[in-house]
Design a protein around this ligand. Structure first.
Ligand code: XMP
Length: 534
C-alpha cells in the first residue's frame, strides 16, 4: 500500500486517483498524523511508499511537516510541490520564499540519471536534452538540496525543479505530476509506485467495495441510516454500497415529484426493491408539487418551489424514521452521495465538512436540522470511479452511465408553467428520443449516439402550431430536441446528430404522441445558450 499525506492541496485526491489507476491500494491521511500513527500504519509490513502532496500554503505560512517517521521507515518517498519543499527542509536543504508565483505551463529539463525520469521526455532540445511539459503552481522554491540528493529536473526560473536521492529512494518534483496538464505525469506516478516502491498492480474496484463496506460498518455500527434516493448515479451508487454494508439498517427515501422521466420511478423501485432487496419508501408527491407550481412560470421561482418542497417532503419522511425507525431505535445517520468534485466545489476539500446534496438541491444544513450524523461513502471518488464502483456493485450499466438529470427534473424542461398534461406529453416524446439515441450506432466508432452525447433530452414548448395529419388539420404543441457534447458542462456544443436519426425521432414523436405535431432541433451552443432551456 501507498500512504499519501495531504498537506491541503486542491488536487491531493488526484494523486490518489492516479495511484488507484495504477491498480495500487492507497490511503490519503492528513499531514499532521503523528509518527506513532505512521509506524502503526506501516506495522503490517505492507507500506511500500509515501507521497507528500502539495499545499495551498507556503512553508513560510504554515509549519506543516511530514511526521519524522516517514523518513525512518526505509521506504521510498515522493514529494510533490510543497511536499518537495518540506522534504528539502526536513532533510537539511534550503527553501526560499518566492517573490513571484510561477503558475501554469512550464517546460522542465529532465535529467535521466534516475529511475523516475529515465528515458522519459515529451521532446528534445537541439542540444539533445530531454524536456517535459509540466504544470507548475508554486511561490517558494528549493535553493539548496539536502545532502545525498542530485538534481533531477530544472527550469530557468526554478533551477531545482526536481531532486532525487536514488539510494534512499527519495524523489521530489516541484511540478504537479497528478494533473493531466503534466503530459508524463501519469507515467511518473506509475513508475514511482510500481517500479520504485515495488508495489503490485493488483488492486481493483472490487477491493474498494470491501474496504468501503468495512468503513461504513465501523462508522455506523448497529445504528440506522436514511438516504435520499433520486435515481441519479451518485445517490444510487451510495445506496447500493451502503445497502451492501448494512442491509436493512438502511432506509432510502425516494421522493417522486411527478417530474421524472417515463417510468423512472418504477425502474428505481424495481432495481432497489426488486433486485437489491433494499428498503425504499417511495413518496408519491406529484400532486403536492404540481399544486405548488400551478400558475408559476418564472424558472428560478419554479426551481425554488421544487427545492423547497423536496426538502419538506424529505424532512417529513425522515422525521418519521428518526422518531420511530423501522426498529425502535430510530435513525441516526443521513447518507449522501457527495462525490469528490462536489467537495472541491463547496470548498470543503480540507475541512471535510461539505454538506450539499448535489444531485438534487443544495440542502446544506439538513443533517444538523434533523440532528443526524452525515455519512458520505463516495466523497473521495471521481465521477468515473463512482460509475465503475456502481457496475462492480451490480447496478445496470445503463443506470450507471446515464446522462445527468437536473434535480428539478422536467420542471425546467417544460417552459413556463408546469402542468401534468405537459409533463405527460414530454415524458413520452423524450422516451422516444432517448430510445432512438440508444439504438442508433455510429458506424465509425461503433458507439451509440446516447454514449456519443453528454446530455440529450426533449424540451416542451407550450405553444401550438398548425399541422396536417391524414386529411385533417392539427393544432398541437411543439417540442425541441436538445443533444450536446461537452467535457465539463461549462461549455457545450450541440451534437451533429445524423439526419436519419433526427428524421426517425421526429416522425415517431409526431405519429406516436398525440398532442405534439412539430419537432425542432436546438442548434445553439453554450455559451451563449445554456444546456437546459430554463
Ligand atoms: P446549464 O443549463 O446551466 O446546465 O447549461 C449545466 C448542467 O447543469 C444541469 N442543471 C441542473 N442540475 N439542478 C440540477 O441538479 C438544477 O437546477 C439544474 N439546472 C441545470 C444541467 O442539466 C446540465 O447538466
Amino acid at each position: 500500500k501507498i500512504l499519501i499525506l495531504d498537506f491541503g492541496s486542491q488536487v491531493t485526491q488526484l494523486i490518489a486517483r492516479r495511484v488507484r489507476e495504477a491498480h495500487v491500494y492507497c490511503e490519503v491521511h492528513p499531514c499532521d498524523v503523528s509518527s506513532e500513527w505512521v509506524r502503526e500504519f506501516a506495522a503490517d509490513g505492507q507500506l511500500k511508499g509515501v507521497i507528500l502532496s502539495g499545499s495551498h500554503a507556503s512553508v513560510y505560512e504554515v509549519d506543516d511537516k511530514a511526521p519524522d517517521a516517514v523518513f525512518e521507515l526505509g521506504v521510498p518517498v515522493l514529494g510533490i510541490c510543497y511536499g518537495m519543499q518540506t522534504m528539502a527542509q526536513q532533510l537539511g536543504g534550503k527553501v526560499e520564499a518566492g517573490t513571484t508565483r510561477e503558475f501554469g505551463y512550464a517546460e522542465v529539463r529532465a535529467r535521466g540519471h534516475t529511475p523516475l525520469l529515465k528515458d522519459i521526455a515529451d521532446f528534445h532540445t537541439p542540444e539533445g536534452h530531454g524536456m517535459l511539459k509540466v504544470w507548475m503552481s508554486h511561490g517558494d522554491k528549493v535553493t539548496e538540496m539536502p545532502a545525498g540528493f542530485k538534481l533531477m529536473a530544472s527550469t530557468d526560473s526554478c533551477p531545482i525543479a526536481g531532486m532525487a536521492d536514488v539510494d534512499r529512494g527519495y524523489y521530489a518534483v516541484q511540478f504537479h505530476p497528478e494533473v493531466t496538464h503534466t503530459v508524463q505525469g501519469r507515467a511518473l506516478l506509475e513508475r514511482f509506485v510500481l517500479d520504485i516502491c515495488q508495489t503490485r498492480a493488483d488492486w481493483v474496484m472490487r477491493d474498494h467495495i470491501e474496504e468501503a463496506v468495512q468503513k461504513i460498518r465501523d462508522q455506523v455500527g448497529d445504528e440506522e441510516v436514511i438516504l435520499g434516493l433520486s435515481g441519479g448515479v451518485d445517490s444510487s451508487v451510495a445506496a447500493a454500497l451502503i445497502h451492501r454494508a448494512i442491509g436493512d439498517q438502511l432506509t432510502c427515501v425516494f421522493v417522486d415529484h411527478g417530474l421524472l422521466r417515463l417510468n423512472e420511478g418504477d425502474m428505481v423501485m424495481d432495481m432497489f426493491v426488486g433486485k437489491l432487496h433494499a428498503k425504499v419508501i417511495r413518496v408519491d408527491a406529484a400532486d403536492q408539487f404540481l399544486g405548488h407550481l400551478a400558475g408559476v412560470s418564472d424558472p428560478e421561482a419554479k426551481r425554488k418551489i421544487i427545492g423547497r418542497e423536496f426538502v419538506e417532503v424529505f424532512k417529513a419522511e425522515a422525521a418519521k424514521l428518526i422518531s420511530s425507525g423501522a426498529s425502535t431505535k430510530g435513525a441516526k445517520w443521513l447518507a449522501q452521495g457527495t462525490i469528490y468534485p462536489d467537495v472541491i466545489e463547496s470548498g470543503g476539500a480540507k475541512s471535510k465538512k461539505a454538506v450539499t446534496i448535489k444531485s438534487h438541491h443544495n440542502v446544506g444544513g439538513l443533517p444538523e436540522q434533523l440532528g443526524l450524523k452525515l455519512l458520505e461513502p463516495l466523497r473521495d471518488l471521481f465521477k468515473d470511479e463512482v460509475r465503475e464502483l456502481g457496475v462492480a456493485l451490480g447496478l445496470p450499466h445503463d443506470m450507471v452511465y446515464r446522462h445527468p438529470f437536473p434535480g428539478p427534473g422536467l420542471g425546467v424542461r417544460i417552459l413556463g408553467e408546469v402542468k401534468k398534461e405537459y409533463a405527460d406529453l414530454l415524458r413520452r416524446a423524450d422516451a422516444i428520443f432517448i430510445e432512438e439515441l440508444r439504438s442508433t450506432l455510429d458506424p465509425i466508432s461503433g458507439k451509440s449516439w446516447y454514449d456519443l452525447t453528454s446530455q440529450a433530452f426533449t424540451v416542451f414548448l407550450p405553444v401550438k402550431s398548425v399541422g396536417v395529419m391524414g386529411d385533417g388539420r392539427t393544432y398541437d404543441y411543439v417540442v425541441a430536441l436538445r443533444a450536446v457534447q461537452t467535457s465539463d458542462f461549462m461549455t457545450a456544443d450541440w451534437a451533429e446528430l445524423p439526419y436519419a436519426l433526427l428524421k426517425k425521432v421526429s416522425s415517431r414523436i409526431i405519429n406516436e404522441v398525440r398532442g405534439i405535431n412539430r419537432v425542432t432541433y436546438d442548434v445553439s451552443s453554450k455559451p451563449p445558450a445554456t444546456i437546459e432551456w430554463e
